[in-house]
Ligand binder design. Structure first.
Ligand code: IMP
Ligand code: MG
Length: 184
C-alpha cells in the first residue's frame, strides 16, 4: 500500500452527496414533463461509486441510467490528448435531460470530449456532476454543475478512484504519494 492521507471520509462525502442531490432535485423540479426521466450517464469505471450514492440520494426524482467507458492518454508523438471510447452509450440522447456523472475532472479533456460527443446528439439539457474538481492541471474549460469537493492537485484514490486499478473500493477519498508506490 502506498503512503496515503485521508482527505474526505465517508461522512464528509455523504454530506456533500446529500447537498448535491438536493441541488439536483431543486434544478430538475418542474423541468421534467410527465413521463420524462433524467438520463444519468456514468463514466466508467471511476464513477460507479459516486453515481450509486448520488442517484439514491436524489430520492423519487425519475432517473434512468446509461454508461460510457472512456480512456484518455497523451499521444507520445504529438503530445496531443486522445480520448478513446471503450464502451458506447446504449440509449438515445436526443431530447433527453442528460446528467453526466464523473469521478473527477482533472485536465478536463475527458469531460470536454464527452460534452462534445453528447451535444452533437441534441440533448434537451446537459449537466455535469463530479465527485472531485481538481483544478490545478485543467487544460480546457469544462462547465461543472455539481461538484462534491474542490482541490488544486494531488493524486487521489478511493470512492471509485484508482491507482493502477487498485483502491477503488476504499470508502473515503485519499491522497497517495505515488512516489512511495515504487517500493511496493
Ligand atoms: P482528465 O481528462 O484529465 O480530466 O481525466 C479525468 C480522468 O483521469 C478521470 O476520469 C480519472 O479516471 C482519471 N484521474 C484524474 N485524476 C485522477 C486522480 O487523482 N486519481 C485517479 N484517477 C484520476
Ligand atoms: Mg474516469
Amino acid at each position: 500500500m502506498p503512503d496515503k492521507t485521508l482527505l474526505y471520509g465517508p461522512e464528509a462525502i455523504a454530506a456533500r452527496v446529500d447537498a448535491l442531490a438536493a441541488a439536483i432535485r431543486a434544478d430538475y423540479e418542474g423541468v421534467l414533463k410527465p413521463g420524462e426521466q433524467i438520463l444519468a450517464i456514468g463514466v466508467l469505471n471511476g464513477a460507479f461509486v459516486f453515481m450509486a450514492d448520488l442517484l439514491r440520494a436524489v430520492g423519487d426524482l425519475p432517473v434512468e441510467v446509461d454508461f460510457i467507458r472512456l480512456s484518455s492518454y497523451q499521444d507520445r508523438d504529438t503530445s496531443m490528448a486522445e480520448v478513446v471510447m471503450l464502451k458506447n452509450l446504449e440509449k438515445e440522447i436526443q431530447g433527453r435531460h442528460v446528467l453526466v456523472v464523473e469521478d473527477i475532472a482533472d485536465a478536463g479533456l475527458t469531460l470536454f470530449w464527452l460534452i462534445e460527443h453528447l451535444q452533437k446528439r441534441n440533448p434537451a439539457s446537459l449537466k455535469i456532476a463530479v465527485a472531485v474538481d481538481k483544478q490545478g492541471r485543467r487544460q480546457t474549460h469544462v462547465p461543472l454543475d455539481y461538484v462534491g469537493f474542490t482541490l488544486d492537485d494531488g493524486f487521489l484514490v478511493g470512492y471509485g478512484l484508482d491507482y493502477a486499478d487498485k483502491y477503488r473500493t476504499l470508502p473515503g477519498i485519499y491522497e497517495v504519494d505515488t512516489k512511495s508506490v515504487v517500493t511496493e
